[in-house]
Design a protein around this ligand. Sequence first.
Ligand SMILES: *Cc1c(COP(=O)(O)O)cnc(C)c1O
Length: 436
Amino acid sequence: MKTEKLAELGGPKSVTQDPGDIFRWPIVTAEDEQAVLEVLRRGSMSGNDVTKRFEAEFAEWMGMQFALAYPNGTEAIRAATWACGVGAGDEIICPSMTYWASATQALSMGATVNFADIEADTLCIDPGDIAHRIGPRTKAIVVVHYAGYPCDMDAILRIARKHNVRVIEDVSHAQGGLYKGRMLGTLGDVGAMSLMAGKALAIGEGGMVVTNDRAIYEQCVAYGHYERTGGPARWTEPDAAVTIPQLKVFAGLPIGGYKHRINQTCSAMGRVQLKHYATRMAEIQKAMNRFWDMLEDTPGIRPHRPPEDSGSTMGGWYCPRGLYRPDELGGLACRLFCQAVRAEGVPMCQEGAVLPLHLHPVFNEADIFRQGRPTVVAFGQRDVRQGPGTLPVSESIDEITFAVPWFKHDRPQIIAEYAAAYRKVAENAEALLQKT
Ligand SMILES: *Cc1c(COP(=O)(O)O)cnc(C)c1O
């Protein structure tokens, strides 16, 4: 293998087979179609009978008392953030390296975000970069199990309990993943997640909040599930699960004007997807672990997965990454490594991930409430903005990680070709360095 010339330098490509359906996701069968059709034919898209069944099954799957469905993950996280007591002038802490919908919603509450750095080995929030950011107005820490990797929850929860700050788990990348044997989303005060069609647990467009905290659940109901607080009509009874007396005062109107009911076609698909998820997730884990096992001892690249005996897993392995170690490859830039892997027939191999949020104009300049000053500092007592150079690991994302194929089926021959592409480039780094 090592002697073969890189495809970028005129050699043969590593990947030659048709991948077939190995990447196709979500897996939609006649069972999903039937479930969705049933909702359409009944005309019950805006009801909540199917949704409530989906929620009950979801809560049971996660071993949680309460599950509340949302039209998307953004709204699920918005509600969870508000339910944790976040309001005007407050702060939340969130890793800079995440999709914007982990934390941008806080701005809509007049709150602001103090971004923390990530760890280079896990790509998750660095527990050592949290405590010094906690101030008198800090209400919550949003943690993201990034690309499926479980955050260091023991350390995070210790800090949060000590400072009396809530923990919101953004589980959008890690449905069904485990931290030391416990399911992600069940460890903090509340779990919230996206279930949109690109995620590992994909139901169309959707989101979910899970919690064992009745007050958080009821705040979420009050915020956007107005039909459950006593109904838009005066004669509708509130949901039996809703008990906070004040909520009855607000019956029929959502606090703040949000509408959070999911389309039941998605709940119907969600019930079917959830039923099959454990089996499909296990298949993904077999395939992805096989890929990384094939790459053991390859210089310059490391798997992004917890140690085998840790009891922690990558769930459905959403958006899988590898970790890059240029010092083992003579300093070859990650961008050039990825370019050569793409030439081998792996189109998804890109360096980095999303752009760090702390540098984005929305968190520096945007005047959302049209007050004549940036919203990020308009309500708070201190300026939490951080310029370039302040969160070095997040800012180095293009040099420390790269994308790998997201296999949905364990097909050793196909997986071997993709693994060979990465190994070939790593073992021929010298040739690439000479070229540049
Ligand atoms: C996808 C995603 C969201 C937002 O979910 P939507 O369903 O797209 O609204 C939030 N957080 C993370 C980390 C995500 O990847």
